[in-house]
Design a protein around this ligand. Structure first.
Ligand code: ADP
Length: 517
């Protein structure tokens, strides 16, 4: 290290650069000092202080002006005011004291008052011609100082208040900002029912409303509605929660609580959560539960009645003392067969529905002809329902469909069973198929009781059953729901047309198979 310093000292080039560096440092330090000093001199604080010092200086100058005139001999300026009215001159000091209290509050007032006292002293002690000069200046100082301190305190208080107001305002803005971002609608209404705030969600749901009355904004009423309005209770400090359905069908969950606005007025802050969908789902669930319990009693009845018939017939056969002729025996056996079919159909529908709901009954699609499926199904159904006439009208050269043969067969079976169940014996059931707009349309027409218009929308709902009388016992309200689920799973659609008393036609369309299938 020592060696390095020596080398640098003996090296003229190195020494010069070191001197340069030191010089540069000094210049930059001087520069930064100057900049800082200028900044201080130009600062607002310095100006305020400068004004205070000037005021104080001027007052002191006026106070001692008489002595200055005597000292300098400016006879022209020799005026009684500068010699006699010291009390008024002392009053001038109120200006710097009040000014200091305004700028620097109580502390400033005290310091300037002490300074004024010191300024008063020489004249009072040495020059004053009046009696008790110290007592007089103390009196002045106490009055002026008290006025200064009072001004400082008032100024402190007003500043504290304005700071508090600013804080409250900024807190309100922050709070309203939070409310603004809320997903629920938010509305703040004053005790006069006037709306002070609505957030974006509220505006989206009900439109702009600030300034209008809440009863007008929300309900289009001319005056507050006592039955709905909770505002008076909320203003009194209660938190209220209720649900309200508007005339247009929207339902809201409303929670209202008191809110003190920045002006100190107690208002009502209410949040509006749109629960229309939830309510609908709840209603649907209630309806579904009702239907399910109806189904349970229905299903148990449907299961029991064929079983009772079968059991009755078998018990009859088991009685050894009864001789059955061939005709009666055949009739009874046909009865067992029909009741067994009823049971099988019921159980199949229940199983199919639960498989569909569990998502395990996926269509195993392959290219097939819908005419084959129709013919196979009819072959089987004709045999089961011999008292109805079945006809087909199938367009030749129908395009192939890409479908699950068994599932489409199930759709046809359900529709055919309904056609049989809701039409009298001896009537005609016609199955048609045609190609329309790249789809294959299948229709089943019966000459039965028909479906009332109010039922047509709902017959495809699960467990929904109309009031029409079935010609045959049975029915669970699942047949058409299964048909719809299966047709939808094939990318098709299903619907019904009907005339009460003249029969019904059920249609379903399936997309024709594509070359890629
Ligand atoms: P269900 O087991 O009651 O027949 P579905 O789901 O098969 O149940 O049918 C639902 C309802 O649709 C039936 O209760 C009935 O009111 C009506 N319906 C179905 N098919 C016909 C039809 N061919 N003629 C008249 N009404 C029908």
């Amino acid at each position: 290290m020592l060696e390095k310093d020596c080398r640098e000292a003996t090296n003229p080039v190195c020494g010069a650069s070191k001197v340069d560096k030191t010089l540069r440092d000094e210049v930059s330090v001087a520069h930064s000092c100057r900049t800082r000093s200028l900044a201080v001199l130009r600062s607002r604080d310095f100006y305020l202080f400068y004004i205070l010092v000037s005021l104080f200086g001027m007052c002191t100058l006026i106070y001692y002006f008489g002595e200055l005139i005597d000292f300098t001999g400016w006879e022209a300026l020799h005026q009684g005011f500068f010699y006699g009215v010291h009390d008024i001159q002392r009053l001038f000091f109120l200006a710097p004291i009040i000014y200091a209290s305004y700028i620097y509050r109580v502390k400033g007032a005290v310091i300037v008052t002490v300074a004024a006292f010191i300024a008063f002293l020489p004249r009072a002690l040495t020059l004053s011609p009046f009696p008790d000069p110290v007592l007089r200046i103390v009196l002045f100082i106490v009055i002026e100082g008290s006025l200064g301190v009072l001004t400082g305190m008032v100024r402190n208080e007003s500043e504290r208040r304005s700071q508090l107001e600013a804080l409250t305002r900024s807190e309100r803005d922050r709070f309203l900002g939070m409310l603004e971002r809320m997903e629920e609608g938010v509305i703040i209404a004053g005790p006069d029912y006037r709306i002070r705030f609505t957030n974006t969600s509220m505006v989206r749901e009900f439109g702009e409303g600030i300034g209008s009355h809440c009863y007008q904004y929300l309900h289009n009423f001319d005056s507050p509605c006592d039955q709905i309005c909770q505002l008076p209770k909320v203003i009194d400090g209660a938190t209220e929660r209720w649900e309200y359905s508007f005339l247009d069908g929207r339902t809201y969950e409303i929670i209202a609580s008191p809110f003190v606005d920045s002006d100190g007025v107690v208002c009502q802050l209410a949040t509006f959560r749109n629960i229309t969908q939830r309510k609908q789902v709840e209603l649907e669930l209630i309806e579904l539960n009702k239907l399910k319990s109806e189904l349970l009693s229905n299903v148990s009845h449907e299961l029991r009645s064929p079983l009772t018939s079968i059991k009755g017939i078998i018990s009859g056969f088991l009685q050894k003392d009864i001789e059955w002729d061939d005709e009666t025996r055949e009739m009874l056996l046909t009865g067992i067969s029909e009741e067994t079919d009823r049971l099988a159909s019921l159980v199949t529908n229940l199983l199919n529905m639960s498989k569909l709901e569990a998502g395990v009954w996926k269509p195993a699609k392959e290219r097939c002809h819908v005419s084959d499926t129709i013919n196979d199904t009819l072959e089987q159904q004709k045999w089961l329902h011999q008292k109805h006439t079945f006809e087909t009208d199938l367009e030749p050269d129908l395009p192939e469909i890409y479908a699950d043969y068994n599932q489409i067969k199930q759709v046809l079976i359900n529709l055919l069973e309904n056609a049989v169940a809701y039409s009298e014996e001896g009537t005609r059931i016609v199955v048609r198929a045609r190609a329309v707009d790249g789809e294959v349309e299948v229709s089943l027409s019966d000459q039965g009781v028909g479906i009332p218009p109010e039922d047509r929308e709902r017959i495809f709902d699960k467990f929904y059953r109309g009031n029409q009388t079935r010609q045959r016992p049975g029915g669970t309200g699942l047949g058409l729901a299964i048909c719809q689920a299966l047709v939808l799973a094939h990318g098709g659609r299903i619907w019904a047309e009907s005339e009460v008393g003249h029969g019904s036609t059920f249609y379903f369309r399936l997309p024709a198979a594509q070359p890629s299938n």
